[in-house]
Design a binder for this molecule. Structure first.
Ligand SMILES: NC(=O)c1ccc[n+]([C@@H]2O[C@H](COP(=O)([O-])OP(=O)(O)OC[C@H]3O[C@@H](n4cnc5c(N)ncnc54)[C@H](OP(=O)(O)O)[C@@H]3O)[C@@H](O)[C@H]2O)c1
Length: 204
């Protein structure tokens, strides 16, 4: 049975991902922090605090036997700081870089070294990597642009592993309210991610 690790699996997109993969015959190691998911099919919930590098490493160390069974990884955990650009601090930058880039890199690197990875999906956001001013989400935009560069670079460095980045617009049911434009349904983004993993699409 194929196995996948999904970080932030108890969140909005994460819950759809757990359902999508289990519905299609995968076993899911589903990471959560405070809100263990209700789903109890072919899935095991793994608790982890990713607030610091040390705690992230403790999660990996504690679960390494399970994580090493995964052929796919979805770096879905990706917190966001909403603040006007004039108010952001270096701590905000540090925090979004850590949550979106460092945690993903730490888990990916471990599985590239020790596991049997075939596929990695990183999650961006609509317009990731655009060079323009950001009014409310600058730390997030910087971190996701870094994640995009990491994805492209890993894709080139590890040609046997399918790296891709899926970059949805704001999700229906999420906290972020757009000024204009369409929302994406978590279920349809989960479907797209599932296709990337199962079909081997390269899509950065
Ligand atoms: N929401 C959107 O509109 C949107 C749009 C574009 C892209 N995205 C991207 O899509 C991905 C998923 O976003 P989402 O909105 O579905 O997420 P979400 O609903 O906000 O879920 C947050 C997740 O992070 C976990 N978490 C919180 N604090 C943590 C900590 N200290 N350590 C470890 N885990 C922690 C939560 O676990 P517990 O609940 O168990 O505590 C939960 O699983 C992210 O990469 C995001 O950037 C989101």
């Amino acid at each position: 049975m194929n196995k996948v690790l999904i970080t932030g699996a108890s969140g909005l997109l994460g819950r759809s991902l757990v359902e999508k993969f289990t519905d299609n015959g995968w076993f899911v190691f589903a990471h959560y922090y405070n809100n263990r998911g209700a789903f109890s099919g072919e899935c095991e919930w793994l608790r982890g605090d990713f607030s610091t590098l040390e705690e992230t490493r403790m999660f990996i160390e504690h679960n390494k036997e399970k994580l090493m069974q995964c052929t796919a990884l979805i770096n879905n955990y990706g917190p966001i700081t909403y603040k006007s650009t004039g108010d952001i601090t270096s701590s905000d930058l540090n925090s979004d870089l850590h949550g979106n880039l460092i945690v993903a890199n730490e888990i990916t690197s471990f599985l590239l070294r020790s596991g049997n990875l075939h596929s990695v999906v990183n999650i961006g956001f609509e317009g990731v990597g655009e060079i323009r001013p950001y009014r409310k989400i600058l730390p997030h935009a910087i971190a996701k642009a870094g994640l995009q560069l990491l994805t492209i670079s890993n894709e080139s460095e590890f040609p046997d592993v399918n790296f891709s980045m899926v970059s949805p617009s704001s999700l229906t049911g999420g906290e972020y309210r757009k000024v204009s434009g369409e929302y994406a349904e978590p279920e349809s983004i989960a479907e797209e991610i599932f296709k990337n993993v199962s079909g081997g699409d390269h899509n950065v």
